[in-house]
Design a protein around this ligand. Structure first.
Ligand SMILES: Cc1cc2nc3c(=O)[nH]c(=O)nc-3n(C[C@H](O)[C@H](O)[C@H](O)COP(=O)(O)O)c2cc1C
Length: 359
């Protein structure tokens, strides 16, 4: 059997394969409540054979939304709306996951379909953003620096969100510490200029993330806890793969079991070069430096390409975003591309679709 379609055990959970759906914002909610769009969008990937379907960046507080149309999990109405979505993913054989997020200084921005760019003014439904330091992302409104009570409230918000997520039926939680959002803003010396115990040394910059790992672990011990990092800022003097590996190791000691390795998003002047598998080397570096399980993501679009990454020992799991949007049955197709025996394929294919298995 291919590595891609073989099961993986993480945090006591057996996941049917190693081709997962990366979180993807839909900017399609009102009041943070997921709806019919999110239900069909996410459930189709489970029908399409995904091992884990990770729901998009889901805000732990209203101010943590990237855009006013983002989903959230800061109240019980949101939790109750997520429950049938998690159940639909699970009943199709995939593990339901959710990305818990706070956008920090990149919150309160127009959605991609709004026809405007940058920050949403408070007069039009936006809000005052927060960050480790009062330094704006280029072109966005100025954030206020979080004070110590504000940081404590944030830790509590992540823990409460984790409890709601588990009650909604999510088995895997991904803390969003990537793409220039709040937790990444604390990690990177380019955005964290604090002089207290949350800034300066690597230990201090990682303190908030590690407190959240501890708090979520304690509040939701039954969940598989994972973290998404940007393993480089693609900018001089920024966050990098070596720091990511060290902090991933610390998070693993506290009970995080998997690290989804992305990159970038912190500063507008990043020098990023994309192309097929452009972030695989980062997943590989973090995996070999710290011994943690990693996921590779970024322009991975076929079964053979994904299989080669796993066979080379660069990562334990493959995540994909846009390829699932092009083909919601990506894993079924990957099985065919890898020439899997039909016994494996037929286990993955929904019985209702099995007359379509290529023979
Ligand atoms: C429509 C869309 C929305 C996205 N939203 C999120 C998100 O909510 N959280 C996140 O960590 N990454 C987000 N991403 C990044 C993807 O998870 C993924 O890392 C990226 O698209 C690279 O993988 P790909 O080349 O397979 O698409 C988004 C990407 C797309 C295309």
């Amino acid at each position: 059997m291919s590595l891609l379609l073989s099961p993986i055990d993480l945090g006591g959970l057996t996941i049917r394969n190693r081709l997962w759906v990366a979180p993807m914002c839909q900017y399609s909610a009102q009041d943070g409540i997921p709806n019919d769009w999110h239900h069909v969008h996410l459930a189709q990937f489970a029908s399409g054979g995904a091992g884990v379907v990770i729901a998009e960046a889901t805000a732990v507080t209203p101010e943590g939304r990237i855009s006013p149309e983002d989903v959230g999990i800061w109240n019980d109405a949101q939790r109750d709306a997520w429950a049938p979505i998690a159940a639909a993913i699970r009943s199709r054989g995939a593990v339901p996951g959710i990305q818990l997020a706070h956008a920090g200084r990149k919150a309160s921005t127009w959605s991609p379909f709004a026809g405007a760019r940058g920050s949403v003014p408070e007069s039009e439904g936006g809000w005052q953003t927060v960050a480790p330091s009062a330094v704006a992302f280029e072109g966005f409104a100025d954030p206020t620096a979080l004070d110590l009570p504000g940081i404590d409230l944030l830790v509590d918000a992540f823990a409460a969100a984790a409890v709601r997520a588990v009650h909604a039926g999510f088995a895997l939680l991904e803390l969003h510490a990537a793409h220039g959002y709040l937790l990444h803003q604390f990690l990177s010396p380019l955005s964290n200029l604090r002089t207290d115990e949350y800034g300066g040394s690597l230990e201090n910059r990682a303190r908030l993330l590690l407190r959240i790992v501890d708090a979520v672990r304690a509040a939701a011990p039954e969940a598989v806890l994972t973290v998404r990092f940007s393993a480089t800022d693609w900018a001089d003097g920024g966050w990098d793969a070596a720091q990511t590996a060290t902090v991933a190791g610390w998070a693993a000691e506290r009970g995080a079991v998997f690290f989804d390795i992305s990159s970038g998003g912190l500063v507008a002047h990043q020098q990023i070069v994309t192309g097929p598998g452009y972030q695989v080397h980062l997943a590989s570096e973090v995996r070999s430096a710290s011994g943690v399980a990693t996921g590779a993501v970024g322009e991975i679009t076929s079964g053979p390409q994904a299989e080669a990454i796993l066979a080379a020992g660069d990562a334990d799991v493959i995540l994909a975003g846009r390829e699932w949007l092009r083909d919601p049955h990506f894993a079924l197709r990957a099985a065919t591309e890898l020439g899997e025996a039909s016994a494996v394929a037929s286990e993955l294919w929904p019985v209702q679709y099995q007359r379509a298995i290529p023979r």
